[in-house]
Design a protein. Structure first.
Length: 511
């Protein structure tokens, strides 16, 4: 018995006589014959590879759809359009940050005093190296706000100044101990500010640090501020009012003006970002669906790759991947549906000085439109363009119009899609469309990480079918190879018998 390996298949033959009698290179002949026999298997392998590549192309498109959906998700909610911006006339005195809850307006701020923390300062010690040790023994107690304290035992010639600093700072009592290397002295300060900030140092070892034992704690001071002429005191150098955070930076003799306005630049940037991402998607879908595949370039077989360099293989496969999604129904439908979502008017209600008002808004009302046809620029068709000047003008005069266009929410359910779309804002429409199209792609390619995985998706089912057909072809190939070896072996044995008879006949004639 023999077992031979040909193209990954294990073959069984009783006897193998490879050219022993005929002198033929039987293995080479059979290998050439099997090339013809393997043609159906190569075709199936190439078909499977194209499906795997197609899956990768769909994944790439789904990533782009997901990116646009994430960006669009923010445009569905009014918080993205109601951001406020606060500016200070003197940032060395006060800075301000507005939240979405802030209202447009202005404040006058006069800072008479900043809040301070309790501070304890020692006398000069002449110490230059904090690794050196204290000269006397004793104990120090450091007490911060709320009675939190730490005891530090000092041993002459053993306890280093670094040890004392680390012990206090790591005690989590709200006190920071530091060393002033310029004046060679220790300083302690409370991390909190205001009149409730207290700090006391006591104990028999205080002199070792140039400190004086305290019988009463040091106390911080409050900030004193006048807001719109009204005096306020506070323990921190920051406060919030009407959704605006004010951070006090310095003392002033005159009032500082803080102005809060709607942050229209943020809205413009968000819409510009949407337009840019949308146009990238249009470019990519057009590239994928309009590229015509070439029949001259098909996936390479392992045998074909053997005679090529890695660079040649890369270039060949790059051309073989062109047009895999040519005229793809899902991607073409994605662009058509998105365009319809953007073009259809939005029927909603917006707030006006006179009250709630019914309006019908289109993207052109805020400076958005689809690019017109231009000779030599057919690739720009289907893309959006933004008139920033018009958008800024609308945001200044009627910002609720922009907010309503994007964030309107329909009272109708998905069971009434036509009515729902009419009353949904652009944000909701585009988000829903992208979600639907991504699900279509998911149903086509599945969620397997391997590109050639056989699963329940459309492409996965095709791969499973191809795998089954390949198994059948491989079985037939194995039988064909066995048959060829048997035929050539039978020929060799027949020739051997003829040679034996010829030799016997020759010997008889010679006698």
């Amino acid at each position: 018995m023999r077992r031979s390996e040909e193209g990954g298949r294990t073959l069984n033959n009783s006897i193998k006589l490879s050219g022993m009698v005929s002198g033929l290179d039987t293995d080479t002949i059979i290998k050439q014959l099997m090339k013809i026999e393997r043609a159906p298997l190569d075709k199936l392998t190439q078909e499977k590879q194209k499906i795997a590549w197609k899956r990768d192309e769909y994944r790439e498109m789904n990533t782009m759809l997901s990116s646009l959906r994430t960006l669009t998700d923010k445009l569905r909610f009014s918080t993205s359009f109601n951001k406020q911006s606060a500016s200070s006339s003197d940032t060395s005195i006060v800075t301000a940050t507005a939240s979405s809850a802030a209202s447009s307006g202005s404040f006058t701020i006069k800072v008479n005093a900043l809040a301070t923390s309790a501070l304890v300062t020692g006398s000069s010690l002449g110490v230059t190296d904090l690794k050196s040790t204290v000269g006397t023994s004793g104990q120090i107690t450091v007490e911060g706000t709320g009675g939190k304290k730490v005891n530090v035992d000092l041993t002459a010639g053993v306890t280093s100044y670094n040890t004392i600093i680390n012990t206090v700072n790591n005690a989590n009592i709200g006190v920071k101990m530091s060393f002033d290397s310029i004046n060679s002295r220790f300083m302690l300060t409370n991390t909190a500010t205001g009149e409730s900030s207290t700090l006391q140092v006591s104990g028999s070892g205080v002199a070792a640090l140039g400190l004086t034992e305290m019988t009463q704690p040091q106390v911080g001071s409050n900030a004193e501020v006048e807001v719109n002429g009204q005096p306020l005191t506070m323990e921190k150098n920051a406060f919030e009012l009407n959704g605006v955070r004010f951070d006090l930076k310095g003392v002033s003799t005159n009032s500082t003006t803080v102005t809060v306005t709607k942050d229209t630049s943020n809205v413009v940037d968000q819409i510009k970002g949407f337009v840019e991402e949308y146009n990238k998607l249009v470019d990519q879908i057009n590239l994928k669906t309009k590229a015509i595949p070439s029949r001259s370039y098909t996936p390479l077989t392992d045998e074909q790759k053997e005679g090529m360099t890695e660079k040649q293989i890369e270039l060949w496969e790059g051309k073989a991947k062109i047009g895999l999604l040519y005229r793809d129904d899902i991607l073409q439908d994605t662009l058509n549906t998105l365009k319809m979502s953007l073009l259809k008017k939005v029927d909603t209600k917006i707030s006006t000085p006179e009250g709630m008002k019914d309006v019908s808004i289109t993207i052109s009302d805020i400076g958005l439109s689809f690019k017109a046809f231009k000779k030599g620029a057919i690739g720009e068709l289907g893309k959006l363009e933004l008139d920033e000047t018009k958008l800024k003008d609308v945001l200044d005069k009627d910002p609720n119009l922009v907010t309503g266009l994007f964030t309107a929410s329909s009272p109708f359910s998905k069971l009434e899609p036509e009515y729902k779309m009419e009353h949904d804002g652009i944000g909701e429409r585009v988000y829903d469309t992208l979600f639907t199209q991504m699900n279509k792609i998911f149903n086509r390619i599945g969620n397997a990480t391997a590109s050639d995985a056989a699963d329940t998706s459309q492409l996965g089912s095709r791969i499973r079918d191809i795998n089954s057909r390949m198994d059948i072809v491989k079985y037939r190939l194995q039988n064909a190879e066995d048959r060829y070896y048997k035929q050539f072996t039978a020929m060799e044995m027949a020739l051997q018998k003829l040679n034996s008879k010829g030799s016997w006949l020759a010997s008889q004639l010679g006698n």
